[in-house]
Design a protein around this ligand. Structure first.
Ligand code: HEM
Length: 473
């Protein structure tokens, strides 16, 4: 539910609630005639942009929802030279590639590695035909002022896998609640709107007035090696005597993720899946890793310290609970289902048309901050100043940092799903501990990356009034 605290008719819809359709196209473009582009933006394109208010009720949702965001290069091309107050955005994601994100540059899609991406249209609908019809409409309105730089078609997986990412886990359960916008569900952290919207309460950086109610969008194309992931689970299945071999493989996967494939959190149901719990929004996010009689710094019987969920949101594992580093995630799978041949060989095909993964948008205000106010009290890493507080922070300081969360009896190791130990190198073995509840000091070495970054870009999603009054002419 929403209240009058935020101007929901002015904030683009993807930021706070996501466009939540089964098909979503990310259409990356280059502006080749900025005067023509700006002249078409207000009268032509703006009426197509979907604000948050339209997504709140089914009867006001458009057939195809449209959002629009610009890279720094795009804003510069439009002669918008104001400093938005974020170095990572200003320099572009390629600047973060190896040392901060740990990506191997040679895996990057050439468009992300190059200089042609000025902006992105996000088009979401029930069918690809609807998406394409709206794209044609946009291209006609823009009348040759843009060209396609790259595009990625996302689609929900079929049948009972709908809502699940390609490894098979239910996604999109845990996002922060935003003060003045959403009523929190049990267990949901409530975060100031200024962590996601520029110029709102909690945003401490000086921004140009027109940027208010815009948000930074970190886009990532993350390839998933599904057959390799499945093989790893079978080869390293745990040894709970009460479970079958298949169940022990499932258990390992659940402990690496922090949730069962159904979405049930392992912190609440550590040895067996519980699909009823998974489907209950009153319960499926209501945990914080603390249990009466168990020490938060030693107990991994419920959830490993290294689990993806716990690395990217440690909840009560940081005291006081972290409120500075949160993102609102909106991901959609791309690419086809695993083929029989891939399943039989346990190897992902190198055919580009069979690539699959997550087209991943994360919204945050990437606060430029001095080092100390970002240091979680019990974390033992060296922080540098002037680093984004959102996606890049989570990837660098939490997921890729073997020592995070600090103060634990056993060093957690890097995130077994998205972490990397090798800055800029592929397949450097990773050594998470805690995955085996029978022996939490045991390290199960992961030789291969199951998630390969194909790159991305940082964007700014302006408010509708900024599009009207500042970007358009
Ligand atoms: C949660 C999968 C990449 C941050 C989750 C969940 C799944 C998942 C299945 C549980 C669903 C939920 O709680 O909503 C993946 C996969 C990825 C990926 C397969 C790559 C292909 C990332 C990246 C980040 C990230 C790159 C940020 C650096 C988070 C956060 C949560 C989450 C913050 C929620 C944690 C919580 O609130 O408890 N992810 N993820 N994920 N993921 Fe990822």
């Amino acid at each position: 539910s929403a209240d009058a605290g935020l101007n929901l008719t002015d904030i683009q819809g993807d930021i706070l609630i996501g466009m939540k359709k089964n098909k979503e196209l990310f259409f990356f473009f280059t502006i080749i005639n900025s005067t023509l582009f700006r002249s078409q933006l207000g009268s032509g394109i703006l009426p197509l942009i979907t604000p948050t208010s339209q997504l709140l009720a089914v009867d006001t949702q458009p057939t195809t929802a449209v959002n629009l965001a610009f890279s720094q290069r795009g804003l510069t091309t439009l002669d918008i030279t104001d400093d938005l107050g974020d170095t990572a955005f200003a320099n572009g994601q390629i600047d973060n590639v190896a040392s901060i994100l740990g990506d191997e540059t040679s895996n990057w899609e050439s468009a992300f590695a190059g200089t042609s991406i000025h902006g992105v249209f996000l088009l979401a609908s029930d069918t690809v035909d609807n998406v394409n019809a709206t794209l044609s409409q946009i291209q006609a309105l823009l009348n040759g002022s843009i060209t396609e730089s790259y595009s990625l078609q996302g689609q929900a997986r079929p049948a009972d896998q709908q809502g699940h990412e390609h490894f098979g886990f239910m996604d999109g359960i845990s996002n922060p609640a935003v003060t003045g916008f959403s009523t929190p569900l049990p267990g949901q952290q409530v975060i100031d709107p200024g962590l996601f919207l520029l110029g709102e309460t909690g945003d401490t950086v000086t921004r140009p007035a027109w940027a208010k109610d815009g948000s930074f969008l970190a886009f990532r194309q993350l390839q998933q090696r599904v057959p390799e992931f499945n093989k790893f689970l079978v080869d390293n299945a745990l040894s709970n005597p009460n479970l079958t071999a298949d169940q022990n493989a499932e258990l390992l996967g659940a402990r690496m993720m922090g949730r069962w494939k159904s979405g049930a959190p392992v912190d609440l149901t550590p040895t067996v899946d519980d699909p009823v719990l998974a489907a209950d929004p009153q319960r499926n996010n209501n945990f914080n890793y603390s249990h009466p009689g168990f020490d938060l710094d030693t107990d991994q019987t419920h959830c490993p310290f290294s689990a993806h969920l716990r690395k990217t949101n440690p909840r009560a594992g940081l005291n006081p609970e972290n409120t500075a580093n949160h993102i609102i995630r909106a991901g959609i799978p791309y690419g086809p289902e695993v083929t029989d041949a891939e399943n039989a060989s346990n190897v992902s095909s190198t055919d580009p048309s069979l690539e699959r993964g997550l087209a991943f948008g994360m919204h945050s205000v990437m606060v430029k901050s001095e080092s100390n106010d970002l240091v979680p009290p019990r974390c033992i890493v060296a922080y540098q100043s002037d680093i984004s507080a959102g996606f890049a922070f989570l990837q660098q300081f939490w997921a890729n940092n073997a020592g995070f969360p600090g103060g634990k009896a056993t060093q957690p190791g890097v995130d077994p799903i998205i972490g990397t130990d090798g800055l800029g190198q592929a397949d450097v073995p990773r050594s998470p501990s805690g995955l085996d509840p029978a022996d939490p000091t045991r390290i199960i070495t992961i030789e291969q990356d199951f998630v390969v970054s194909r790159g991305g870009e940082y964007f700014f999603s302006p408010s509708l009034s900024a599009i009207q009054n500042t970007l358009a002419i």
